[in-house]
Design a protein around this ligand. Structure first.
Ligand code: NDP
Length: 489
């Protein structure tokens, strides 16, 4: 196939036709990005800040166009597209303004032996960063890597998902429109299917940032391993919310309903499991049922969320729901009948087996399991007992800190859901099947640089030529004693 046709998941109407870039074309685009990297790096933090803020303003001024495109190509309601965009814009702004400070050279102590030296660490951009992104948050998610990598001084070649390539093209073209003086290649687009992503791994990039499923992530790592290209992996999740008996139950149910169902549940840090203490289980279920009953998918202005963006995901959601019920779970909201050809209405299943796929695998749909537990220790144990470790939520008035301490995830919201994703200063990443490396915040900026240690001799010490074959005999006799004196006592 030489063309990529993207369609509206609500209507199948064609949204855009884009090229499928060949391996050769991908290499050429990466080579162009390498040339542009010289110019981009020479802009320094101030120049890059100006360019990134101009890009930000351009996106915001033309947001109507972008939001409409996000609604058509991804299917999400316009207000959800606007919210996604707001979060992404926060990240561009933060990175543009903070990169210079976060990545400033750091002085280090040279130590006793080399006291006549000065020492510093510099944070140097890699050069060209390849970014492969998913479709669920087609701006926010890739932007987490792209804005960070650009602010750190890299140029970027971006491959959006085959389901949202026109959104990716709009975002990349906005950079050029806002920065007409920039050479081609500071931020470039390649489009196509999985093979185009694989080609990017092999096209000479200096680092690869991947966001997507664990299965594809391991393929990307294997391709990058051929040439030792370092990777950052932002993969899937199976996030749990723990509801303690002392929580504000109504508020917890309201937040969890949003965390689970928003964006049709197609959120890597969405809530897919709840562990609730037995004493408040019935109250929580009643509040959750009320919160969920007002939620309806659709394409119109009143829709709470849109269609499933990727049709093949519907089969996975169906399998998980059926498996949860077959394993002993009870459908308390919806059930297999909630799963349509494009839309899935909310499903809540009580007490499925811990081994069921609805508990152990990423569902990525508007479904939620609720498991009754006898204690918070049991809740933590079950919450941690999955292959993923991305994020989670804790609802408690008095026990939040102790639960946070024990949860084996990298992001946690307390008495809320998803809060960390909206804070540009906080890092985001996973462990286990949720990946490794960090995007967002100072940790994200450092992820897109390598360190360069610089040791400068400020003045020679007469007679003490430690790093020389001309070292004096007395010094050779003194060194063993010095070692014992310094470290042997
Ligand atoms: P996929 O893993 O299916 O695809 C991700 C990207 O990889 C797409 O651009 C895809 O291209 C591309 N790709 C596919 N095959 C290859 C290959 N062999 N080599 C290189 N690239 C390839 O994920 P989805 O798009 O379905 O996204 C959903 C997943 O992303 C979920 O698991 C979700 O949890 C995760 N995610 C994680 C986030 C995080 O920050 N941790 C944030 C958001 C999502 P194409 O689409 O053209 O096939």
């Amino acid at each position: 196939m030489t063309e990529l046709v993207s369609t509206n998941p609500a209507t199948d109407e064609v949204v855009a036709v884009l090229p499928v870039h060949t391996d050769e074309q991908v290499r050429a685009i990466v080579a162009q990005a390498r040339e542009a990297a010289v110019w981009w790096r020479a802009q320094g933090y101030d120049g890059r800040r100006t360019a990134l803020l101009a890009w930000k303003r351009h996106i915001v001024r033309h947001r109507g166009e972008l939001v409409e495109l996000m609604h058509r190509e991804n299917g999400k309601p316009r207000i959800d597209a606007t919210l996604e965009l707001m979060l992404a814009i926060e990240h561009i702004d933060w990175n543009a303004k903070k990169a210079g400070k976060v990545l400033a050279p750091e002085k280090r102590k040279p130590g006793f032996l080399l006291a006549n030296f000065s020492a510093r660490v510099e944070h140097v951009p890699f050069g060209v960063v390849g970014v492969i992104g998913p479709w669920n948050y087609p701006i926010f998610t890739p932007n987490g890597s792209i804005a960070t990598a650009l602010a750190a001084g890299n140029t970027v070649v971006f491959k959006p998902s085959e389901h949202t390539p026109a959104i990716g093209r709009w975002y990349v073209e906005a950079f050029a429109a806002a920065n007409p003086e920039a050479p081609v290649g500071v931020l470039s687009l390649i489009t196509g299917y999985g093979e185009t992503g694989a080609a990017l791994c092999r096209a000479g990039v200096d680092k690869l940032a991947f966001t997507g499923s664990a299965a594809t992530g391991s393929k990307v790592m294997a391709a990058c391993a051929e040439t030792l290209v370092p990777v950052v992996m932002e993969l899937g999740g199976k996030d749990a919310a723990i509801v303690a008996a002392d929580a504000d139950i109504k508020a917890a149910a309201d937040a969890i309903a949003f965390g689970a169902m928003a964006n049709s549940g197609q959120t890597c840090v969405g809530i897919e499991r709840v562990y609730v203490e037995a004493g408040v289980r019935d109250e929580f279920l009643a509040e959750l049922t009320t919160a969920v009953s007002g939620i309806a998918p659709g394409s119109g202005p009143k829709a709470s969320y849109g269609p499933m963006t990727m049709p093949s995901q519907i089969g996975i959601v169906r399998r998980h729901v059926e498996d949860a019920i077959a394993s002993g779970g009870t459908a308390v909201v919806g059930g297999p009948e909630s799963i349509g050809e494009r839309y899935i209405a909310p499903v809540v299943i009580l007490d499925p087996a811990h081994s069921s796929s609805a508990i152990q695998e990423e569902t990525f749909g508007p479904t939620l399991t609720v498991t009754t537990v006898d204690s918070l220790d049991e809740a933590v144990k079950l919450a941690n007992d999955v292959p993923f470790g991305l994020a989670g939520a804790v609802f408690s008035r008095g026990h939040a800190a102790e639960i946070v301490e024990q949860l084996d995830t990298s992001q946690i919201s307390v008495n809320s859901v998803l809060g960390f994703a909206g804070m540009a200063a906080l890092p985001l990443g996973g462990r286990g099947q949720s990946g490794f490396g960090r995007i967002h915040g100072p940790e994200g900026l450092r992820e897109f640089t390598r360190t360069r240690a610089v040791a400068t001799q400020k003045y020679p010490i007469p007679g003490v030529r430690l790093l020389s074959f001309g070292r004096a005999g007395w010094l050779n006799r003194f060194l063993p004693r010095l070692l014992g004196w310094l470290h042997g006592r």
